[in-house]
Design a binder for this molecule. Structure first.
Ligand code: BES
Ligand code: MN
Ligand code: ZN
Length: 502
């Protein structure tokens, strides 16, 4: 498979810290890798090469089991050394309860441990239990290796595993692992873009990334600049972008490989830095607002995976992108803007800017396409952190069938969502006295729902739509083998790819 070269990552073609994923037939014992890995279940049975490896290591595994150091608990790790070779056992938990999610975690744990030991090459006994878990293993290998080191200048800190070999996986299993590797690296693209600071990850960089993706995936790319989208009537994006000299962009990526299927549309908030504007944010943690474009990285991550996997689908990605700054030209509280669908918006708080740029994105999607559905992704409200913490994404929508579909994929990829209601009481709270709508709801109340209720005004009534408020999940989650500390997560890429059945 082909990994997209990224200018901003310098020489590196691969977003994670593995140079290659390979396959070996036969027995793990015969691998020349510097570290060998077998899985152990709770019932103390092992993955296929287990007993041979135990012999090669002079019975070290069975001894460790006997004395109770190996219990086969999920993610339990033990190292063994014999005959100048090194072995790692990974606990897989109860065999009957093995799931894709557990295998993804186990693979990630192995990789992260190997990297911490600076192991150059690694061979893992095939952990697959069914094809779905093979994909998860591929994802886990890549996600477990993810680190954001682009700004570290000491070479010593940039350790990379040269090769990870999967041993004893069938051809079909290998195909699934490859797919998982592609998906994992697409999540890593989303993470990288999120982690780059505001002076690097600009609207222009998002547009360049979209160009790279379009080239690989035979997609049509359209980018409107400030003059163009202002002329077209995108008053929301134009209003927010007034206060910055960094060129804003309205990006459209169209992937057409599904014949006469209705397109599925993904819209992502690409706010590359959110200072709050004139309604300025407090200084503490304002740096985290470099992540305010993580909605757009869900879209780009998904489109990158599509570009490489080429499913029979029609998918459109739409990204309104700008900074939100204050200054002499900045838009002000009280200003009234006209969105692309003609609705007027009273701006009561310039910090509720995400919904203003999404208003144009959703209007554009509604006007120019006849979509099967629209999904939007945005770090939209601090309030969703109050209600759901860093654990789940808040979702809202108008179509029960689509919401069910979202929840199903959420379960199968282990990315949690929780639905909030869009009842008419809430929808009334975004009506304005002097314009059609206002960009805030009732003060200090139901803030995330107000965001959703506002966005609903810009989606054509008969189009199924779900809004994802990822302000709690896009970064800041509890670190684990899959997510290093202080990194964007790429939350949502896997969920959407599952929904699309890529
Ligand atoms: N990007 C922020 C939301 C955010 C805040 C995400 C903190 C993660 C952490 C968004 O643009 C914003 O500022 N929303 C306001 C809306 C309010 C003014 C109605 C918020 O949540 O305070
Ligand atoms: Mn804001
Ligand atoms: Zn914002």
């Amino acid at each position: 498979f082909y990994f997209i070269y990224k200018k901003y990552t310098g020489e590196r073609k691969f977003m994670s810290h593995i140079s290659s994923v390979k396959y070996e037939n036969g027995n793990l014992m015969d691998s020349e890798s510097k570290l060998l890995c077998v899985g152990v279940y709770k019932d103390l049975s092992m993955t296929p090469s287990g007993s041979d490896i135990d012999q090669e290591f002079d019975g070290a595994i069975s001894s460790a089991i006997k004395v109770g150091d190996i219990k086969g608990k999920s993610n339990e790790i033990n190292y063994f050394y014999a005959n100048d070779r090194r072995l790692l056992t990974i606990g897989l938990g109860e065999k009957e309860k093995i799931s894709s999610s557990k295998i993804r975690h186990a693979a990630a744990t192995v990789i992260r441990s190997a990297i911490s030991k600076k192991v150059g090459s690694l061979a893992i006994d095939c952990l697959c239990e069914g094809l779905e878990s093979c994909q998860a293993m591929g994802e886990g290998i890549v996600l477990g290796s993810y680190q954001f080191l682009n700004y570290k200048t000491k070479e010593k800190k940039k350790f990379e595993i040269q090769s990870v070999s999967m041993v004893g996986c069938s051809q079909k299993e290998q195909d699934e692992i490859n797919k998982g590797v592609v998906i994992g690296s697409s999540v890593c693209l989303a993470r990288d873009l999120g982690n780059h600071p505001g002076n690097k990850a600009t609207p222009s960089l998002l547009a360049e990334t979209a160009k790279d993706i379009a080239d690989v995936g035979d997609m049509k790319l359209t980018v409107f600049d400030r003059d163009e989208f202002t002329q077209m009537g995108m008053g929301g994006l134009a209003g927010v972008a007034q206060g910055t000299d960094e060129p804003p962009k309205f990006i459209i990526l169209e992937y057409n490989n599904g014949g006469d299927q209705k397109p599925k549309i993904l819209v992502g908030k690409g706010l590359t830095f959110d200072s709050g504007g004139i309604s300025i944010k407090p200084a503490s943690k304002m740096d985290e607002m470099k992540y305010d474009m993580c909605g757009s990285t869900v879209v780009l991550g998904v489109m990158q995976a599509i570009a490489m996997l080429k499913p029979k689908l029609n998918v459109v990605g739409i990204i309104p992108s700008t900074e939100n700054l204050s200054g002499a030209k900045a838009y002000k509280p009280g200003d009234i803007l006209t969105a692309y669908n003609g609705k007027t918006i009273e701006v009561l708080n310039t910090d509720a800017e995400g919904r203003l740029i999404l208003a144009d994105g959703l209007s554009y999607a509604s006007k120019h396409y006849d979509p099967e559905y629209i999904l939007d992704f945005a770090t939209l409200t601090g309030a969703v952190l109050v209600s759901l913490g860093h654990v789940a994404t808040g979702i809202m929508g108008t179509d029960d069938t689509l919401i069910k579909k979202v929840k199903k994929s959420s379960q199968s990829v282990a990315e949690k969502v929780w639905e909030l209601p869009l009842w008419s009481e809430y929808c009334k709270q975004v009506q304005s006295n002097i314009a059609d709508v206002k960009n805030t709801g009732a003060p200090m109340q139901a803030g995330s729902i107000a965001g959703g209720a506002f966005l609903k005004e810009f989606v054509k009534d008969d189009i199924p739509w779900v809004h994802f408020d990822i302000a709690g999940t896009a970064w800041g989650v509890k670190p684990d083998s899959m997510n290093p500390k202080g990194s964007a997560t790429g939350w949502g890429v896997r969920l959407v790819l599952d929904m699309l059945e890529v």
